[in-house]
Ligand binder design. Structure first.
Ligand code: NAD
Ligand code: UDP
Length: 320
């Protein structure tokens, strides 16, 4: 029988990305063998440089929309561009990565009897008219809009995960991840936290889309990864979905002002058009995660931003 602390062979798809690299690190710390599969679409070697010489770490360059044959005990499926700029760059590939990627990891899980985690997203709720969002909410997604390659791709992946669970008995875990930030975000990926920090550090204008009245709830990466590990460690079958995120909600304007304060920047705010279908509000209801995993975020936005700013300060010195 599986034991939580026993050393396992763990596959992390998207392991060279922002979240994936932190997850690989934690899994190595727990004593597991880590197979990191990535095609470097948005991930970088820099994120995993420090792991490459680790005796229990292996990097495999591979596109997860193509089948993969490996022997594994556990799978975390994180491969997918996550920022609107990146996932809209090649929307057809985004759908392929989400849907075919899900099929490929599920087939692998079925064959190897591995437990498999899906990095789903709060985007499955679209521009929500229920607030905060509980897992029981079915969402309000535009199926033909610019964001739909990602939103509908992730929704279809959830469908596949549930159907492999019901039809084939695969042990699946679907986590709906809300906006997460921290060191190793890509400096040019266009997400709000990295954009604002990089702009503030360079003294460039801070680009607020719309009036900045839209809200998001920001979770620090360490808190999120702890949630992943607790969810996968549950011995009873629990397909989910389970929301993981920080329930403290901020307007985008508040975030900009906090970043300016923490970086001591002289950057000014500039207002740009709001992108199409940009959700007006987002906050997770994490009652289920609290009950099931005894989990909730512990890092306050101010502290998490300070740690992220430190990372970008160093990175920008290296890059320039
Ligand atoms: P990221 O872009 O930093 O990481 C994604 C990784 O997947 C990258 O290393 C990329 O190279 C890799 N990848 C992309 N397409 C691939 C393919 N076809 N084959 C193999 N590798 C591929 O993004 P992230 O923030 O680390 O997100 C990781 C996962 O978490 C994604 O699935 C994303 O949808 C989900 N998620 C993230 C957030 C967030 O706020 N960070 C929120 C909700 C969901
Ligand atoms: N945003 C912004 N300025 C930026 C980047 C993003 O005002 O430079 C806004 C964006 O319109 C959205 C919010 O910040 O309302 C979060 O955007 P992000 O791309 O980080 O994530 P998502 O929209 O997927 O939650």
């Amino acid at each position: 029988m599986r034991k939580y602390n026993a050393s396992r062979q763990v596959l992390v798809t998207g392991g060279a990305g922002f979240l994936g690299s932190h997850l690989c690190e934690r899994l190595l710390d727990q004593g597991h063998e880590v197979l990191c599969v990535d095609n470097f679409f948005t991930g970088t070697r820099r994120n995993i440089d420090h792991l490459l010489d680790h005796p229990r770490f292996e990097l495999i360059r591979h596109d997860i929309s193509l089948p993969v044959q490996l022997e594994v005990d556990e799978i975390y499926n994180l491969a997918c561009p996550a920022s609107p700029v990146h996932y809209q760059h090649d929307p057809v590939q985004t759908v392929k990565t989400s849907v075919l990627g899900a099929l490929n990891v599920l087939e692998l899980a079925r064959r190897t009897k591995a437990r498999v985690f899906q990095a789903s997203t709060s985007e499955v709720y679209g521009d929500p008219d229920v607030h905060p969002q509980p897992e029981s909410y079915w969402g309000r997604v535009n199926p033909v809009g610019l964001r739909s390659c990602y939103d509908e791709g992730k929704r279809c992946a959830e469908t596949l995960f549930m159907d492999y669970h019901r039809q084939c008995g695969v042990d699946v875990r679907i986590a709906r991840i809300f906006n997460t930030y921290g060191p190793r975000m890509h400096p040019n990926d266009g997400r709000v936290v990295s954009n604002f920090i990089v702009q503030a550090l360079r003294g460039e204008p801070i680009t607020i889309y719309g009036e900045g009245a839209q809200t998001r709830s920001f979770c620090f990466v360490d808190d999120l990864v702890e949630g992943f590990l607790r969810y996968m460690a549950l011995e009873e079958s629990m397909p989910g979905p389970v929301n993981l995120g920080n329930p403290r909600e901020f307007t985008i304007r508040q975030l900009a002002e906090l970043v300016i304060e923490l970086t001591d920047s002289e950057s000014e705010l500039v207002f740009k058009p709001l992108p199409a279908d940009d959700p007006q509000q987002r906050r997770p209801d994490i009652a289920l995660a609290r009950e099931l995993l005894d989990w909730e975020p512990t890092v306050q936005l101010r502290e998490g931003l300070a740690r992220t700013i430190e990372y970008f300060e160093e990175l920008l010195q290296v890059v320039h």
